[in-house]
Design a protein around this ligand. Structure first.
Ligand code: SF4
Length: 372
């Protein structure tokens, strides 16, 4: 049994129709429900829910404070490499983009880690492109113990791996893995992924199952908003979460909602989502899954992040550089995966969070202490 079995029972066109046929009464029923199911989530992300945004925001605020207290966790991405053997039409690291490629040496990783610790971060998200020869398990076996000396919590967003590899990485100190399907539209997925291992839709789809079986503490899910109809993609993501929570109930989950950003190569969004719709989505997630962490990256603008910090979000990245080596050497150029929008320092983002009467959590286990 894996999520593939659930996936084959779902039909994209049928779901898209169902979402757009939801009525005000369905939204009101979802708002009144004590525990919300996938049909409720569908109503809350539908166009019919747009007039109910204020009620959704109030309930999202209440549930978030009840479950997470007055906290926002801060983390920072650390790009270890921009080498990639894949062609993905929406990504600056794509093989067909002629950018300078770099994989950090152990000495460079030390320098990046020191620069990040100086900013106050204890939670780091490690990222690489998909180049198994240069950033595969042998590389991770050296990098993780090194980084464990600097950080209390390590998440990874790298190529999908086998269950045994995940078990080994957990023993080396990995706490969480982010794995985004990008789009659950199978034929469109083939259109965006033109070369390399990422073309294997089902190996990627089953990654969270392998992680669950390996016993990882936390799995992050999401879709790249803008590739295909965002409402349908997000419904699939919710079905994926629902399946995982039933089958790997000891694991915690987080959800991200990256919107397609400008990058080298310039894939234009096919499904636009405005700011109000992103607020609707954040609130819908909180109402559907009150216990799940909701994460917002620096892809979003400072004003948007300021606005939603109290509406359901529980973790944020800050001071991000998407260039390998970009923290120790800020002059690095022309290597980035995508353009970030919120360029504020960690101190400024922390100050914004405090101004909203919230406490900054730098370590993941501090957040769990709050939740205990
Ligand atoms: S999205 Fe990932 S796999 Fe695709 S080109 Fe970018 S780094 Fe490589």
């Amino acid at each position: 049994m894996s999520f593939t079995d659930v996936f084959h029972r779902l039909d994209w066109g049928d779901l898209n129709l169902q979402i757009h046929e939801k009525k005000s009464a369905d939204v009101q029923r979802a708002l009144r429900a004590r525990k919300r199911n996938l049909q409720d989530f569908m109503a809350l992300i539908s166009p019919a829910a747009e007039p109910f945004l204020e009620s959704m925001a109030q309930e999202s605020f209440r549930l978030t404070r009840q479950r997470f207290g007055k906290t926002i966790q801060l983390y920072i991405p650390l790009y270890l490499s921009n080498q990639c053997h894949n062609i993905c039409t929406y990504c600056g690291f794509s093989l067909d983009n002629h950018i300078r490629r770099i994989t950090l040496s152990q000495e460079q990783i030390h320098r990046e880690a020191q620069a990040i610790r100086m900013m106050g971060f204890e939670h780091v998200l490690l990222l690489t492109g998909e180049a198994p020869g240069s950033v595969g398990m042998p590389y991770f076996r050296k990098a993780l113990p090194l980084l464990k000396g600097y950080f209390a919590h390590i998440s990874m967003e790298v190529q999908p791996l086998d269950q045994l590899d995940y078990e080994e990485l957990i023993n080396l100190g990995m706490d969480a893995v982010m794995i985004y399907q990008e789009t659950y539209h199978q034929s469109a997925y083939a259109h965006y992924h033109l070369r390399g291992n990422k073309q294997d839709f089902f190996y990627r789809l089953e990654t969270a199952d392998r992680l669950g079986r390996a016993g990882v503490k936390k799995i992050g899910l999401g879709s790249l908003i803008g590739l295909e109809n965002w409402r349908t993609d997000l419904f699939y993501t919710a079905a994926h979460l629902d399946y995982l929570q039933r089958n790997y109930w000891k694991t915690r989950y987080s959800i991200s909602f990256p919107r397609l950003r400008p990058c080298e190569g310039e894939q234009q969004p096919r499904s636009l989502m405005n700011d109000q719709q992103l607020v609707q989505l954040i609130c819908a997630w909180r109402l559907f899954a009150p216990e799940v962490e909701l994460s917002l990256s620096t892809r979003e603008s400072p004003s948007f992040r300021n606005h939603v910090v109290n509406l359901g979000i529980t973790s944020m990245s800050a001071a991000s550089s998407t260039q390998p080596g970009g923290y120790a050497d800020s002059k690095q150029q022309a290597l980035e995966q995508f353009a970030i929008d919120d360029n504020r320092s960690a101190a400024k983002v922390a100050a914004m969070i405090k101004d909203n009467n919230l406490e900054v959590v730098w370590k993941d286990h501090e957040l769990r202490a709050h939740l205990a």
